[in-house]
Design a protein around this ligand. Structure first.
Ligand code: HEC
Length: 238
C-alpha cells in the first residue's frame, strides 16, 4: 500500500514536471548564415527593470540578404526576454523586450541562430544595470559632470566638451578609466585637476559633493565602463 502511494506521488511529480517544460520548441522554416545587431545594445537601466528600447537582431543568408523564418534564441544569465525565441519576420528581424536581473553591472546577451548542418552563428550584446549607488552616481553625473564629460548635446544641455583641452574622457571610456584606481579617481574629483598637475578646467568637488556622492559617481563610472571594469583581485568565471 505504502509502495503504491509512493508510486502515485512519483508519477504525479513526473507529470507536473513534464507540463512545466512543455514550451514547444520552435522549428526554423529557413536557415541563415549570419546574425547581426540592428539595435538595442549598450543601454543603461536600473537593476531588475526593463530596457527602454527592445533588442533587434537580423539574420542574413550567405548572399547577405535577410532570411525570413530563421530561428533566433536569446540567452543571458539573470535576463528575461519576451520572446526568448522567435522566427525572423518579413524583414529578417526579431525584436525582443529585455528585463535585466537584480545584480548591478554588465549583462551579456547572446542571440543565436541555427545554421543548416547543425552549427550556429551567434552575437553578444552588452547592457548595464545600475544598483542603488550607481543610480545616485548617475544623478550626480547628470547634474555636475555630463556637460563636460559627454561630447553630445541634447535639447536641454549644450555640451562643453569641444571647448576643453585636453579633452576629458567619457565615463564610458573603460580603456582609459579602468586603469585608474578608485583612490586616484576619488582624489581627482575631490581636489580638481589643478591640484594633481592636470587641467585646471577639471573643477574640485570636495566642497560641493559629499564623500558618498563622489564614491557613487566612481561606482557609476565603473558600471558603464566599456570594456567592462574588473575590480583588482576579482576574477570572473567564464
Ligand atoms: C567644466 C568642465 C568639467 C566638469 C564640469 C567636470 N570635469 Fe572632469 N575633467 C575635465 C577636464 C578638462 C578633464 C581633463 C583633465 C586633464 O586630462 O588634464 C577632466 C578629467 C576628469 C577625470 C580624469 C579622467 C579624464 O577624463 O581625463 C575624472 C575622473 C573626472 N574628470 C571626473 C569628473 C566628475 C566625476 C565630474 C562631476 C562631478 C567632473 N569630472 C566634472 C572637465 C570637467
Amino acid at each position: 500500500m505504502k509502495r503504491l502511494q509512493i508510486t502515485i506521488i512519483a508519477m504525479a511529480v513526473l507529470i507536473a514536471g513534464c507540463k512545466q517544460s512543455a514550451t514547444p520548441a520552435l522549428q526554423p522554416a529557413k536557415y541563415g548564415a549570419k546574425i547581426t545587431e540592428v539595435g538595442g545594445s549598450k543601454q543603461v537601466a536600473q537593476v531588475g527593470s526593463g530596457l527602454a528600447q527592445p533588442v533587434v537582431v537580423q539574420v542574413n543568408g550567405a548572399d547577405g540578404n535577410p532570411v525570413v523564418g530563421a530561428l533566433v534564441a536569446f540567452h543571458g544569465e539573470g535576463v528575461q526576454f519576451n520572446p526568448a525565441q522567435a522566427l525572423t519576420d518579413a524583414s529578417g528581424q526579431v525584436t525582443a523586450a529585455v528585463q535585466l536581473g537584480f545584480n548591478a553591472g554588465d549583462y551579456q546577451i547572446v542571440a543565436e541562430t541555427p545554421k543548416s548542418g547543425g552549427s550556429s552563428d551567434s552575437l553578444t550584446l552588452h547592457e548595464t544595470a545600475l544598483g542603488y549607488e550607481q543610480t545616485l552616481g548617475q544623478a550626480v553625473n547628470a547634474k555636475y559632470c555630463i556637460r563636460c564629460h559627454d561630447n553630445e548635446s541634447t535639447p536641454e544641455r549644450v555640451s562643453n566638451f569641444d571647448n576643453l583641452s585636453p579633452a576629458p574622457h567619457l565615463f564610458t571610456d573603460g580603456a582609459t578609466l579602468n586603469r585608474v584606481s578608485d583612490a586616484d579617481l576619488t582624489s581627482l574629483i575631490a581636489h580638481g585637476g589643478a591640484a594633481l598637475g592636470k587641467s585646471p578646467q577639471m573643477p574640485a568637488y570636495s566642497s560641493t559633493l559629499k564623500p558618498a556622492e563622489i564614491k557613487a559617481v566612481v561606482a557609476y563610472m565603473r558600471t558603464v565602463a566599456d570594456p567592462p571594469y574588473q575590480a583588482p583581485g576579482v576574477k570572473y568565471g567564464k
